[in-house]
Write a protein that binds this ligand. Structure first.
Ligand SMILES: Nc1ncnc2c1ncn2[C@@H]1O[C@H](COP(=O)(O)OP(=O)(O)OP(=O)(O)O)[C@@H](O)[C@H]1O
Ligand SMILES: [Mg+2]
Length: 470
């Protein structure tokens, strides 16, 4: 049951509401129910509650919505369609009650219902952004440019997805920007990405991945002092490209940008993130920063940006259901994302994969291969006084057996076009290949592509630090 204020918020946000309102009762009834057994069963969720589940590796949870309406992180489930979840943490939320059919082999204790959720805060935030979009559309201005920041596992990606999906459901076309290169949730691990999101393309199975992303490749799943300059230069490139697109599209411009960022796990990570936030705010002209429940960061950003008057900093709560992931789990998630890129996503009750990657043998000498940053000398090996760093430059790569199992990005710019590495450095990514085998004597390289078809001549490949072992 919803109070008057929330009823009006939902109505303004265009989210459907129950036919019967039974009274004004406040939110956050802080109780959750742990179920002790999971069978093939129906679950009735009451209004404003969610069914959470931590589906581990090797487990599957099947869900079918049979009555009412329900959403997964902002995206609505279709009625009577069976969904499967594998190796992920989910929360199926309903604003006004629903009935779900649950099946699968996931552990009983990890499936539970809770009515303690921050969704009301999120929908209020969404409403404020909608107001900004209306004003921007009327004046031909930029819509809200929202940066979501916080520590690891603080619901940043979830909140970014909810706010983007809510905007798209109201026929806006927001730009979703994923600056979290270590995870690369939208594009590929080691990448930053932007996708223009529209209502027609979002669904539970694919999220936002039905849209063609604009990708820039960092080639690494961590951001440290040694590659932060490269990272920042890619962020600037991405921001400029997005602005070029928005300049020609008034609707998208007014819909604004929602930016997901990476978290941090230690002090040096925190310092790096602060540098990145300053950079994001400046290159994307950010006007709203959402801090996911971290008082120190909130206070620091309020004192940095509060006085400028251009940036609003808001502290938002994160869900109690959010699941902490250790370094091993994160590595596994990244590995699974690479596997999905080549073999397709896992599907319910299917042990076979949905895509067939394509093996292709290429002549090694016909490829233009580059590595990011050139050969690195350790501090001890540098000449005294040499503080130069060419970490952002691409350098021609001499093929070696070390390349086996590397991931290479295929650039849009060909070496013909640019000849110079500088052009390639500014090029976005068309896709990725995996180097399965390399034979220097036979001059062959065996690659795995996500789809059949010959690679065009004169392509340029950029090899990062990432390896994948099949
Ligand atoms: N309400 C919820 N109930 C259960 N699980 C949730 C809920 N919200 C988020 N999660 C899960 O918690 C995990 C962490 O959430 P999320 O990815 O949004 O955090 P994050 O801050 O982006 O993390 P990271 O620092 O890794 O980028 C995810 O697996 C997500 O699916
Ligand atoms: Mg995230």
């Amino acid at each position: 049951m919803l109070c008057c204020r929330c009823k009006s918020v939902l109505a303004k946000c265009g989210l459907r509401r129950p036919k019967v309102w039974k009274g004004d009762i406040h939110h956050f009834h802080f109780q959750s129910h742990l179920f002790t057994s999971l069978t093939m069963s129906s679950r009735v969720l009451k209004a404003e509650s969610e069914l959470r589940c931590e589906v581990s590796e090797g487990e599957v949870l099947g869900v079918k919505l049979v009555k009412g309406a329900c959403e997964l992180f902002g995206i609505e489930l279709f009625l009577n369609k069976e969904y499967s979840f594998h190796d992920e943490n989910i929360a199926l939320f309903t604003w006004y009650g629903c009935t779900l059919e649950i099946s699968g082999n996931c552990s009983h204790e990890k499936l539970y219902e809770s009515d303690k959720t921050p969704m009301v805060s999120y929908v209020n935030t969404h409403m404020q952004l909608e107001a900004k979009r209306d004003v921007a559309l009327a004046n031909g201005d930029n819509g809200p440019r929202v940066l979501i920041v916080g520590p690891n596992d603080s619901c940043k990606s979830t909140t970014a997805r909810i706010l983007t999906a809510y905007a798209a459901r109201l026929d806006r076309s927001p730009m979703y920007v994923d600056l979290d290169a270590p995870q690369g949730l939208v594009g590929f691990p080691g990448c930053i990405a932007a996708v223009p999101v529209e209502k027609t393309g979002i669904n539970i199975d694919d999220g936002f991945s039905t849209f063609m992303p604009l990708l820039y490749y960092l080639g690494n799943t961590s951001i440290t002092t040694s590659n932060i300059d490269l990272y920042k230069s890619l962020v600037t490139l991405l921001a400029n490209k997005i602005q070029q697109r928005l300049d020609n599209d008034a609707d998208s411009r007014a819909s604004g940008i929602i930016m997901n960022t990476m978290g941090w796990s230690d002090n040096s990570g925190y310092e790096i993130l602060l540098q990145c936030i300053n950079h994001y705010v400046s290159v994307f002209s950010v006007d709203v920063v959402l801090v996911m429940g971290h008082d120190r960061l909130y206070s620091s950003l309020t004192s940095t940006f509060g006085s400028t008057g251009n940036v609003t900093v808001v502290n938002l709560p994160h869900s109690g259901g959010v699941v902490k992931r250790d370094a091993d789990t994160r590595r596994r998630v990244v590995r699974n994302r690479i596997k999905e890129y080549f073999y397709g996503p896992y599907r319910l009750r299917s042990t076979i994969t949905t895509l067939s990657p394509h093996r292709q043998d290429l002549r090694l000498s016909s490829l233009n291969m580059y590595r990011i940053g050139g050969f690195q000398l350790s501090e001890g090996m540098r000449l005294i006084g040499d503080s130069s760093s060419n970490d952002t430059a691409l350098t021609k790569l001499v093929p070696s057996l070390d390349l086996k199992n590397s991931i290479a990005a295929v650039l849009h710019a060909s070496s013909d076009e640019g000849e110079q590495e500088t052009l390639l450095e500014h090029s976005n990514v068309a896709g990725f290949i995996w180097i399965a085998h390399i034979d220097l004597e036979q001059d062959t390289i065996t690659t795995l592509l996500p789809c059949p078809g010959l690679l065009p001549n004169n392509i340029s490949l950029v090899v990062g630090a990432m390896k994948y072992i099949d």
